[in-house]
Ligand binder design. Sequence first.
Ligand SMILES: [Zn+2]
Length: 240
Amino acid sequence: MEETYRVKAVVLYRSSFGENNTIVTIYTTEKGKLELIARGTKKSKSKLAAHLEPITLVDVMVVRGKKYDYIGSAISENCYFDLKNSLEKIKAAGEVIRILNLIVKTGDCDKEIFELLISYFDFLNSAKEELNYDLFVQLFVFKLLIKLGHRPELYYCVSCHSKILPLSNKFDLSKGGIICVKCFSQLEKKYQLIISENSIKILRLAIENDFKQLANISVNKDIKKEIINIINSFFKYNFN
Ligand SMILES: [Zn+2]
């Protein structure tokens, strides 16, 4: 008898494998990232293929094989229909998948990251079209960094530990948080980025609030640019 197991998963990627098969990369609650073979999914009549589109929440039955594990069956639980109807939303979901795929290794398991991904797709699915997509990709990255143990210090100076005041402050990438005016170098420093009081407020809110709540906060163009740059730089500093 073949050994099988079931997993709840998000489909991340799909690529060709042989003449009729595909390799499906999924992220699961129990086993992290997995690469599985889906047989016959390149045939036009494949029912299985329809359930294995990227950006789909699926219930998968996996069959253990000698060389590869196979997908025995898959039933989609949520195909995020509204998300897939918008190019902007597909792009915002695809970018997050790309980043997640980059840092999560096969087999790495983290239930909280799975839930973060699902909450992001749910949010995108119901979000208004005019959403600030670039900002929300980075807010996902910010929350991901926190789950991976890189929660930045936003209340006390990373050098002297005194309370951060609404004066001029910087974000120190190497020390992982805000550095006060008394401590940062006046010289231009590669690892220290200027951070405004408003950006500090948004980042603090981003830790405590979910995506839906964050979408209700208005962020002006300059602040948006600053936040995107800080999160992106902080991510690259930790994962390059
Ligand atoms: Zn200080």
